[in-house]
Ligand binder design. Structure first.
Ligand code: 5BU
Length: 263
């Protein structure tokens, strides 16, 4: 099938555009740097919510292993919605095993993550072989796939927040920069703007939860910590009006981004 022509320019199907480029286009076109983290246990509910907030988000992050009603049909439906509304789908799998095991976890089992997730999260704790293995297992998939390396965590006392560890993660990101599109981090780790920094632990009203989560505001995350993407979960999903709250985080996040860009 030939790509469609729009204003004389070849318009690639969103599924064939590299993920980095897709994020940048989405941010400018939809004016959003918000990733909704839908930690709900029903995929039906996530599907409904994603239709409502699709225009407001650049990415949807899920944990497929907390879903009570996972099926390949339903995840395909979610994927179609992500294409319709043009947002990226991130499975926060936090792979952390030897190469052979992560290949199986990525491509097999109930979830077959590699068939639907644009992006996955990865711990580099086992060494760079984990990234090699994951990248190798999506070579036959004819859509762009990428990952985010977990450099720093938002939780209290995280053992990742150690200079040598973070240095190792940055090195790995640079070495595998086709497949690794950026970081999950709590600060800006490189001056190379091609790497996307995604920051979880965001809340406008709370400073933490009862289980060690630590929050900063969208402004602190973007201005102070150099986040490109805000990962926001319960601040939105636990709010009385999820759609309105989602719009608030979208606006706040994009305003701060624009202010900084115009300095
Ligand atoms: P919250 O409801 O906004 O606290 O959810 C944050 C989400 O981000 C949740 O799904 C976590 O698994 C995820 N997360 C995080 O909070 N902190 C981290 O350092 C990483 C992931 Br990595």
């Amino acid at each position: 099938e030939l790509p469609a022509l729009k204003n004389g320019i070849i318009e690639m199907k969103s599924s064939s555009i590299p993920i980095r480029q897709r994020f940048q286009t989405i941010r400018e076109e939809k004016k959003t740097n918000l990733c909704l983290c839908a930690d709900l246990t029903s995929l039906d509910e996530i599907i409904e919510l994603s239709k409502q907030v699709g225009p407001n988000i650049c990415m949807l992050k899920i944990h497929c292993d907390i879903l009570n009603d996972f099926s390949m049909e339903k995840i395909q439906q979610l994927k179609n919605i992500s294409r319709t509304f043009n947002f990226l789908l991130l499975e926060d799998r936090k792979f952390a095993d030897i190469g052979n095991t992560v290949q199986l976890q990525y491509t097999k089992g109930l979830f077959q993550i590699a068939t639907w997730a644009d992006l996955v999260t990865v711990h580099v704790l086992p060494g760079e072989g984990i990234v090699q293995a994951l990248e190798q297992s999506v070579q036959s998939i004819d859509e762009p796939r990428g990952c985010l390396l977990i450099a720093q965590m938002s939780s209290k006392g995280a053992l990742t927040n150690n200079e040598d560890y973070v240095k190792g993660v940055i090195k790995c990101t640079e070495k595998y920069s086709d497949y690794v599109i950026g970081f999950i981090s709590q600060s800006r780790l490189t001056t190379d703007n091609k790497f996307i920094h995604c920051t979880p632990g965001i809340h406008l009203n709370n400073t933490g939860d009862q289980l060690g989560q630590q929050y900063v505001t969208p402004r602190q995350a973007i201005d102070g910590r150099g986040a490109d993407i805000l990962i926001v979960g319960r601040a939105i999903t636990d709010s009385i009006n999820r759609i309105k709250t989602c719009e608030e985080y979208q606006q706040e996040g994009y305003n701060v981004y624009e202010q900084l860009r115009n300095i």
